[in-house]
Design a protein around this ligand. Sequence first.
Ligand code: C5P
Length: 322
Amino acid sequence: NGALGEVWNEEMSSSMLGKRLRKVVQNYQAMNKYGVRYPGPENAAHRSKLSGPELLCQIKNMVQIATLTQDMEPFSGFPWASQLPPRQITADIGPFKTCAVVSSAGSLKNSGLGKEIDAHDAVIRFNAAPTTGFEKDVGSKTTVRLINSQVMASEDHHFLSSSLYSAGILVSWDPGPFSSDLGEWFNKTDYPIFKQYQRYRRLHPQQPFYIVHPRTEWQLWQRIQDNMVETIQKNPPSSGLLGTVLMMSLCEVVHVYEFLPSRRKTELCHYYQRFSDAACTLGAYHPLLYEKNLVKRMNKGSDHDIYTHGKVTLPGFMTFDC
Ligand code: C5P
């Protein structure tokens, strides 16, 4: 079973990281930029490890994908409120039968997964991940693109003009305060998400564009921390996990590609760039290591699928009752 031994072990802890990365993670674990107050899990005294199905139920019941709408304060009082969607993303799109989540990991390179990915009814991609020139490995269909506020704001991404962002439905997020108070967030976003949103909407008024409510991010964060023995980074989960839960809310079945690395695992950060850093796969700012432990625990597919395709199978929330 030597080969299967190489797939992600759901008990990964920061002690298994290299020295440099361990230091970075420890620094983030000690920092608390967003004012996280974690009282501990409700049943801390006799906390036992949840099974995969129990964990799926916890996430289904305790994480709500919410997006900003025109009627929410303080936005409802702003002249540009009408640029925001009138309804929640979950009311507007789906349900889909099968969905693919395409992480941007370097291990997608030479995977030949493009056809399999494109065969899904809906495909979500992240940030600046391109398809042009990479179709063989990542496919070409983009139904949703989830982007962080850094991509929206940084000069080198050309967010307002690049054709990369004009396909599909856009969904963006920025780390808000743990309190999820929208007024507080509006006054101190990490990057100027609202300024860029308004500009983009003026240039592309027909393209659907949602903004994730910061509450969703922190609900997800609490599910990760509750189910880990270690103290995790007090930072929001990665786009990859957020997008996975978004698709679980919209689809009957979700296949996640190369979030749990296959036999192609590599320190190459993204399939579309020449930059290498183990932190991209194991996390530094994001509690990515722990996100992967959770996803491994919820996986309904086989270790063989992870090993050969980097593929995890998750059931959509609509397909099970808790
Ligand atoms: O780097 P970026 O956030 O754009 O990548 C999209 C998502 O893919 C990440 O948020 C992370 O969840 C996942 N990813 C990964 N391993 C990598 C690169 C990205 O798991 N090497």
